[in-house]
Design a protein around this ligand. Sequence first.
Ligand SMILES: Cc1cc2nc3c(=O)[nH]c(=O)nc-3n(C[C@H](O)[C@H](O)[C@H](O)COP(=O)(O)O)c2cc1C
Length: 434
Amino acid sequence: MKHETFHYQTWDDIKNAGNEFDAFLPESQNLGALFTPLAIGAHTSHNRIALQPMEGTDGTADGAPGEYTIRRYERFAKGGAGLIWFEAVASAPEVRASAHQLMITDKNAGEYKRLLDNIREIGLRENGYQPVIVMQATNSGRYSKPNGFPEPLIAYNNPVLEPEPIDKRRILTDDQLKAYEEKFYDMSRLAQEAGFDGIDVKCCHRYLACELLSAYTREGEYGGSFENRTRFIRNAFSYAKSAVKTPGFFLTSRMNAYDGFPYPWGFGVEEGKGIEPEISEAVDLVKILKRDYDIPLINITIGNPYKNPHVNRPYDRGNYVPDEHPLYGESRMMKCVSRIQKENPDVPVIGSAFTYLRTFSPNLAAGMIEGGHIQMAGFGRMAFAYPDFVNDLKNKGALDPKRVCIACGQCANLLRAGSPAGCVVRDGSVYKPI
Ligand SMILES: Cc1cc2nc3c(=O)[nH]c(=O)nc-3n(C[C@H](O)[C@H](O)[C@H](O)COP(=O)(O)O)c2cc1C
């Protein structure tokens, strides 16, 4: 199943290529499903398109939105998406993924509020509605790089990720984990102060809460059983909930259903079954979050952007080109999100990784919604390349082939280098390839 670059002219070309491995890529030529409202707790998203969290690595030294951050969100606000899932915001200085990752504090919450007020004003003025805005609260864990070089804080040593074990002193103790859970109280309080509509206790892509989901080999209160491995995310939710004072403010998560590593080194697989997804535990975790924290939606993703980036975002070019057909990756993602939605019909699921299909991505998104496989479609890289793609789609019925993301991987390269990240192809006067 060789990697192939994108060359499809029609949906039939995509279908024929996918037939080789029985791809699950539901499609619709009618895009109406994307332009219906969706209730999210006390809020309503004007349409079914969400912008996925996309870190720009362009905050100020103290974690406030910088000039490029503000520019990015103003462009997103104009673009017409019903929901903006604001990028990763660090919950403590030492767990920032870069020296320029956003980090909300008592001192700078007012700057977030100004940005959010501005996003809402632009949304109303340009589109006649305000987007729902969620803040992604993160602990970068093993990917902490607060001073520009790796300073990992890990849940357990993982031979898939490090052939040589990381210094034991970097394995967080149960007490340290408890202190990090508590940070979600302040994150929730500050998110409300800034005017976010909800908070995401980030649990994806092998950052700390996500890494703990597969801590089968860890001893103590956070390892072994499902209950122990989900302790951190549940406790973080409890802290976030106890800070809720704003009517309608909701809790949610961007959650990995599957990491793409074999047992016991990854979540969402079965012992002895290699890297075949088996995501029953993710299904159960969503049920628990609904029962205990009344989540009004869940944002499902898979993979690890460092070790197997193609699982999270199929692409054509990059530092590592896998021996896997990108449409196979698309299909795996669609199957995972669909199972979560079908087994949790009362929790709207946001699906991910549509961007690879360029001008055909809305057809996949609409097909997934029509089939009840998701209730909302989230777009990441497309928003960097083509921030007004939602309005273009609504007004013209199609995306402009000269403006879509071409899955070149350069935005991710910028992110990894700790540089301001954006689209070097479509926004090249601002972002240069490295
Ligand atoms: C430059 C860059 C930054 C990202 N930042 C985040 C982030 O802050 N939080 C997150 O959950 N995912 C992040 N992602 C992953 C995207 O949200 C998304 O899952 C991925 O790009 C696949 O969606 P797409 O095919 O629409 O691009 C990032 C991806 C890229 C390329």
